[in-house]
Ligand binder design. Structure first.
Ligand SMILES: [Mn+2]
Length: 324
């Protein structure tokens, strides 16, 4: 698979690199790393992301400023990074398929294999690791920028080696990325010691406002647009709040329901030990991993969403109980 994917990329001349809406370190890690490497290989490369306001927090990533919210006039290949399904790109798949060969590079268990070529390695710690394995196995020279990007994508997707699917090769590869120029201490500072005050204020709100249900096993938080306005926080500032709730000792599942500007909701789910939240997310049209997943809801009220999730939680825990 690594060979097939690289052969297709190597054959291409005009390549667009596509990351998912509201990008995280992993999706940008992959696309920015490939941007740096493919540019050096003499390809004509373009970075696309549909998101209007890209997360400021990730501006430190190499080549971040090259990302554009529109497609280039000419491309024959589209590489989609870290997207479980094509909808995550914000593009119409038929329109892209007409113009280009789609290469799908991902690590989500729920990936729908939407590409003409699917390099989906699951379970795997990050899509960035999949990209690294591909480059390594095809003996492609990495730039220092690419090494940093892939390190950033993996360190973030594993919560600094705290969860996700890691094995010894993850640690081995990360060591190689460091030897290629990724700076762990600098990256750690850029990712962690960079909390905007508004984000901190939002954490304060979260700590005061969440509910503990089911004997403390479920932590539930709803964030309304009003809360963002009051604290001055941005949408991107909500991303790690759910982990604070998951980290409470009694909590098995944390749920965050975020009201979007258009009145719809984004639902994030986290679990700790035994509950596969990707199954819950999949039921509602979303996806993700065992311990981290999400979905969107355009019609329901926040209260009803919470009820439905609790219902699934009860079912999931019952199933788990009978499996034991
Ligand atoms: Mn990822």
């Amino acid at each position: 698979m690594f060979k097939t994917a690289w052969q297709a990329i190597n054959k291409a001349q005009d390549i667009v690199l596509i990351s998912h809406i509201n990008p995280d370190c992993d999706t940008l890690g992959c696309s920015l790393a490939l941007y740096s490497v493919l540019q050096k290989e003499g390809k004509n490369v373009f970075l696309f992301n549909t998101t209007e306001n890209l997360p400021k927090k990730l501006r430190f990533m190499p080549c971040f400023n090259e990302i554009r919210p529109y497609l280039p006039s000419k491309f024959d290949t589209a590489i989609v990074c870290d997207c479980a399904n094509f909808n995550r790109t914000g593009l119409d798949i038929e329109a892209v398929k007409k113009r280009a060969c789609i290469i799908n590079i991902d690590h989500h268990l729920t990936n729908s294999n939407f590409g003409d070529i699917n390099l989906v390695i699951s379970p795997n710690s990050s899509a960035s690791m999949v990209v690294y394995e591909m480059l390594k196995q095809n003996k492609v020279t990495l730039t220092k920028e690419a090494a940093s990007c892939l390190y950033i994508g993996t360190i973030d997707d594993t919560g600094f080696f705290a969860y996700g699917t890691m094995d010894t090769s993850t640690f081995f590869n990360m060591g190689e990325l460091v030897s290629l120029g990724a700076d762990p201490i600098l990256i750690s500072k850029q990712l962690k010691q960079s909390v905007p005050l508004a984000r901190f204020r939002l954490k304060e709100y979260a700590a005061k406002s969440f509910d503990l249900l089911r004997n403390g096993m479920v932590g539930l938080l709803v964030i309304w647009q009003e809360d963002l306005k009051r604290t001055g926080a941005k949408r991107e500032d909500t991303e790690d709040i759910i982990n604070l709730i998951r980290d409470i000792v009694s909590v098995e599942m944390a749920v965050m329901i975020l009201e979007e500007e258009d009145g719809s909701f984004k639902i994030s789910l986290r679990s700790k030990n035994c509950l596969d939240v990707s199954k819950i997310a999949l039921k509602f049209g979303g996806g993700g991993h065992f311990g981290a997943a999400g979905f969107e809801s355009f019609e329901m009220h926040a209260e009803d969403i919470a009820k439905m999730i609790l219902n699934e939680f009860d079912k999931g825990m019952k199933e788990y109980g009978t499996q034991k």
